[in-house]
Design a protein around this ligand. Structure first.
Ligand SMILES: Nc1nc2c(ncn2[C@@H]2O[C@H](COP(=O)(O)OP(=O)(O)OP(=O)(O)O)[C@@H](O)[C@H]2O)c(=O)[nH]1
Ligand SMILES: [Mg+2]
Length: 209
């Protein structure tokens, strides 16, 4: 019998992925040409690690154990067929108030105006759950009608019972946001858990080759 078609995740593995632009302000955003997926969440939640895990390249996006690693909107071009946008974190980054509010404004304006944006991924640390700042951003996505996935990160750090409890909590969060897609993703970039399901979901936005 013939083997079934290779599943979609191989797309992410096989396509080259390169850093194409870093934007610290609206003027330096690259031309909006490809479908885009944006990664947002608190500082240190694991955005850059998830980008690397999805495209299966270890050190494409810079990660750090110190919050505030990503300092601009970083655009990664996947085979000229999809753009992944790794964003600075909100929350407790050790940066000035001015810097935080500049990043918040840049991110807000991006969500308001980016015509090629297909989905946002709102990353939530599975050990902590959604914090006030997460809810603020999810409300912004509700208002701007940007459909978002809630993606739990670092699930390797939880015991099974803790994960079950957090998944339940997140189902309630999904229900409270009109723009939240009704399927929850639970991932570990470190242990490569849940990455294939997310790859499959995002494959629908990759332009045909
Ligand atoms: N245990 C565990 N740690 C993780 C996982 N993903 C990321 N981390 C760790 O979390 C820390 C922050 O990861 P980053 O990917 O840099 O986080 P970020 O959200 O991009 O952070 P900023 O750019 O500062 O906003 C690093 O020390 C990672 O090694 C995971 O799946 N499991
Ligand atoms: Mg980062």
């Amino acid at each position: 019998m013939d083997k079934p078609e290779a599943a979609e995740p191989s797309l992410f593995r096989s396509l080259p992925c390169t850093f194409v632009a870093g934007a610290a302000n609206e003027e330096s955003l690259p031309h909006a040409a490809l479908p885009e997926i944006a990664f947002i969440g608190r500082s240190n939640v694991g955005k850059s690690s998830l980008v690397n895990a999805l495209v299966e390249k270890k050190a494409l996006a810079r990660t750090s154990q110190n919050p505030g690693a990503t300092k601009q909107l970083n655009f990664f071009n996947l085979g000229n067929r999809l753009m992944l946008v790794d964003m600075p974190g909100y929350g407790f980054a050790k940066v000035s108030k001015q810097q935080k509010s500049d990043w918040d404004n840049l991110i807000r304006n991006y969500f308001l105006g980016r015509t090629t944006l297909q989905r946002a991924l709102v990353l939530i640390d599975a050990r902590r759950g959604a914090m006030p700042h997460d809810h603020e951003f999810m409300e912004l996505l509700d208002e701007t009608a940007v459909i978002f996935y809630i993606v739990l990160t670092k699930i390797d750090a939880l015991k099974p019972a803790e994960l079950t409890e957090m998944l339940q909590k997140m189902q309630d969060t999904i229900k409270s946001h009109v723009a939240a897609y009704p399927v929850l993703f639970a991932t570990s970039a470190e242990k490569k858990q849940g990455i294939d399901l997310l790859q499959q979901e995002l494959a629908q936005f990759v332009l045909p080759g």
